[in-house]
Ligand binder design. Structure first.
Ligand code: F6R
Length: 261
């Protein structure tokens, strides 16, 4: 996998937004897989700036959700559908019809998962999947020891993830759902390009395990090592535990510009 060390979150956001814009210029109806949480916000703001500047058209783009809480009403401000409407669809001016996501309110969760898998397939698959990473190494909400071949299904959040996410729920862990629907690791690996963004020292250990550790389900993000086109974009703090940081800097500095990420 390629590791790109950037000075800060804004530079990571700009780099990834430019990769998304380049994809949309080549393929205007591309499917962009999007994550929620704090980390991807600089990407969405940088992409919004490009759209406003007329540097890219998103009128035919499609947006696919990575994961969703189970049991939160769809209009709850912290349902990931609501968050993506506010952070991605509305600012970019993308219609709700172009949005693909699992139904976290479904009575039959297994059927909702199967129907989301079918919708992704019918859309032609995800072209570029943006990922964050949990402090425990999760991608999507594939918590440690998730099958590396898993498909979209229900998962139970770890206590650590619920503590990490309580900040979105008035710092009240009791409000954080226990269950989620998440694209599986196998589903994520089907995307044509995976781009993981990690910022801050709190992610340094998970990043080192992802990039330099063994491929092991105990660190779900390590599955990116199996993907032919995976890019890990990290700021200096998140890169601080990488043994090969100097090599990654050297390789990226000497990469032909036309290659992009
Ligand atoms: C959210 C998701 C999660 C987050 C991860 C990091 O859709 O898939 O894997 O990316 O929990 O969250 P932040 O960015 O808030 O640290």
């Amino acid at each position: 996998m390629e590791v790109v060390i950037v000075p800060d979150a804004a530079a990571g956001g700009e780099l990834i937004a430019e990769a998304m814009a380049a994809l949309l210029r080549r393929k205007p109806d591309a499917v962009l897989g999007v994550a929620t949480g704090s980390t991807p916000l600089p990407v969405y703001r940088a992409l919004e700036a490009k759209v406003r500047a007329g540097a890219v058209e998103v009128g035919r783009a499609r947006i696919a959700q990575l994961d969703e809480y189970v049991g939160l009403p769809a209009d709850h401000p912290e349902s990931y559908r609501s968050v993506l409407r506010k952070e991605v669809l509305e600012p970019l001016g993308i219609n709700a019809e172009a949005f693909l996501g699992p139904d976290g309110t479904a009575e039959d969760v297994a059927a909702a998962c199967a129907s989301y898998e079918a919708a992704l397939t019918a859309a032609g698959g995800v072209d570029l999947q943006l990922l964050g990473i949990g402090t425990d190494g999760h991608i999507g909400f594939n918590e440690p020891c998730s099958s590396l071949a898993s498909r979209t299904r229900i998962k139970t959040l770890t206590e650590q993830t619920r503590v990490d996410n309580a900040r979105f729920f008035d710092d009240d862990i009791d409000q954080v759902p226990h269950h989620v629907i998440t694209q599986g690791i196998g589903t994520i690996l089907d995307a044509r390009h995976l781009v993981l963004l990690a910022t801050g020292a709190g992610k340094a250990e998970a990043v080192a395990a992802t990039v330099e550790g063994p491929v092991a389900s105990v660190c779900p993000a390590s599955a990116l090592q199996l993907h032919p086109h995976a890019t890990v974009v990290v700021d200096e703090a998140a890169a601080s535990k990488l043994r090969l940081a100097d090599y990654f800097r050297h390789a990226y500095a000497n990469k032909p510009a036309w290659q992009g990420i």
